[in-house]
Each structure stands twice: as structure tokens, then as C-alpha cells.
Design a protein around this ligand. Structure first.
Ligand SMILES: Nc1ncnc2c1ncn2[C@@H]1O[C@H](COP(=O)(O)OP(=O)(O)O)[C@@H](O)[C@H]1O
Ligand SMILES: [Mg+2]
Length: 244
């Protein structure tokens, strides 16, 4: 059983009263959130609603909120839309640098990369290969928390499906909690235990998904839920009861 936003006890990461401003713009406004051990939480919201701002604060990349606190049990593995590999290090060394992994080759195979790519330079990798390296790097430290900001957003739709399945499979091994920002409502519904909708600087919607995995993207329940969340994304967010 996961936590609700009001129950930060024993959370892997939690924020209380989180406020973040850029000049006159208040992006996060007294926001509370808590993610339980092993829980998979997706964050949806219109462009510019502060999803990346929230993720940076949860991950500790931004450690200067204007108000509020973030508590985190460990440094997370992180992944972004672009792989952000260090171009002067070979692919394998990019992962080794993250620390905590004895056999980078085995980890490469785990994320579907040929061991020969350990010695590849980042610029020679395809977009999909680079994101697999980035996933390997995020997994390397076996952190109990993965923080992923639209990690599959730049991939073609087939590669995106493959990467979603890969994430589910690799996560099963040590079950880190995941906070995933995505603009893909279906991705959120297929992968997550909870979907949060960010609006007006706060969590406007917090809905729990209990359907067993693997989930059928075409099931009437999932399709109906997707339509309701899309409507909430378009218009003013309705109350939780209306959407759940
Ligand atoms: N470092 C920054 N300086 C100024 N404005 C920023 C900065 N980071 C984000 N913003 C602004 O904050 C808002 C939220 O940005 P962001 O968190 O990236 O949104 P999202 O990821 O939901 O699209 C946007 O209006 C963006 O322009
Ligand atoms: Mg963003």
C-alpha cells in the first residue's frame, strides 16, 4: 500500500510546503508530496506547470526552494529526455562513473546493449542506444529512488514501447521507487501505481491505479481513465472523486 500526499512517514522522498519561484513567477506553491518505498508515481501536467522544477528539487539537483523542505533517503538515479552522456568518456565509462556496479558489461546486457558498445563513444550511439546507456547509469548505484524526466519523450513510438517494457523489467529486480514525469498519459497509466496531476503549483489530482501488470492499453477501463485525465489536463482540474 502506497502513501498519500499527506503521509510522508517512511517515504523514499517527500516534500512539504515546497515553493519555488523564478522572479515573479511562482511555479510551485506550497506543494506536498510523498513517494513510498517501491512506489511508481507518474507526474503529468501541462507544459510549463513545473514538473521538471519539482523533479529537480526531489532529486536534489536544485537544493534551494524558496520555502519548504525535501527529505530524501538516498541520492537518486536520474534520467532525462536527452541522455546527457559525457562525450569524452566511452559509454561504459559513463556508467562506471556513476559507481556501485562491478560488472558494467552485465548491466549493458540487462538494458539490451551489446557489450561491444562499452567502448563506443557517445556521439556514435543512436538515440535509443544512448537512452539505454543513460538507463544503465541511472540503475548503476542501485538507488532506492529513480527520478526520470520524460526519459522516452524523444524516442520514436516503437522504441518508446520497448523502453517502457525494459523499465518495468529492470525495476522488478530491486524495486526502486520511481518518479516519472511524462506528457504521455497512456505511459503513466500503463506503468504507475499513482498518477499525479500538477496544476497551479500544486498536486491537483492524486489518483491510484491498482490494476495488475502487465496492463492492457486497450482495456475499456484504461481508455476511459485516459480520456478523463486528458480532459483534466485540458480544463480546470476536477476534484479527485470525479476522476478516480
Ligand atoms: N531556471 C529557471 N529560470 C527561470 N524560469 C524558469 C527556470 N526553470 C523553469 N522556469 C520556468 O518555470 C516554469 C516551469 O518550468 P518547468 O518546471 O520546466 O515546467 P514543465 O517541466 O512542467 O514543462 C516555466 O514557466 C519555466 O519557464
Ligand atoms: Mg519539463
Amino acid at each position: 500500500m502506497g502513501l498519500t500526499t499527506s503521509d510522508p512517514a517512511e517515504a523514499v522522498v517527500s516534500a512539504r510546503g515546497l515553493t519555488r519561484r523564478f522572479g515573479d513567477l511562482t511555479v510551485l506553491d506550497d506543494l506536498d508530496v510523498a513517494v513510498a518505498s517501491g512506489e511508481f508515481v507518474s507526474v503529468l501536467g501541462r507544459s510549463g506547470t513545473g514538473k521538471s522544477t519539482l523533479l529537480r528539487l526531489l532529486a536534489g539537483i536544485d537544493d534551494a526552494p524558496d520555502a519548504g523542505t525535501v527529505r530524501r533517503s538516498a541520492d537518486p538515479g536520474v534520467m532525462f529526455q536527452d541522455a546527457r552522456l559525457l562525450p569524452w568518456l566511452r559509454a561504459g565509462d559513463n556508467v562506471a562513473l556513476a559507481g556501485g556496479v562491478d560488472d558494467v558489461g552485465a548491466l549493458f546486457e540487462r538494458v539490451g546493449l551489446d557489450r561491444r558498445l562499452l567502448r563506443a563513444w557517445p556521439r556514435t550511439l543512436s538515440g535509443g542506444q544512448a537512452q539505454r546507456v543513460a538507463l544503465a547509469r541511472a540503475l548503476a548505484s542501485r538507488s532506492p529512488l529513480l527520478v526520470l524526466d520524460e526519459p522516452f519523450g524523444a524516442l520514436d513510438s516503437l522504441t518508446r514501447l520497448t523502453m517502457q517494457e525494459l523499465l518495468v523489467a529492470v525495476r522488478a529486480e530491486h524495486r526502486p521507487a520511481v518518479v516519472l514525469v511524462t506528457h504521455d498519459v497512456e505511459e503513466a497509466l500503463v506503468l504507475s501505481d499513482r498518477v499525479l496531476l500538477l496544476d497551479g503549483g500544486r498536486v491537483a489530482l492524486d489518483t491510484r491505479l491498482d490494476e495488475p501488470h502487465p496492463r492492457d492499453r486497450t482495456s475499456p477501463a484504461l481508455v476511459a481513465r485516459r480520456a478523463r485525465i486528458l480532459a483534466a489536463l485540458r480544463g480546470p482540474a476536477p476534484a479527485t472523486e470525479e476522476i478516480a
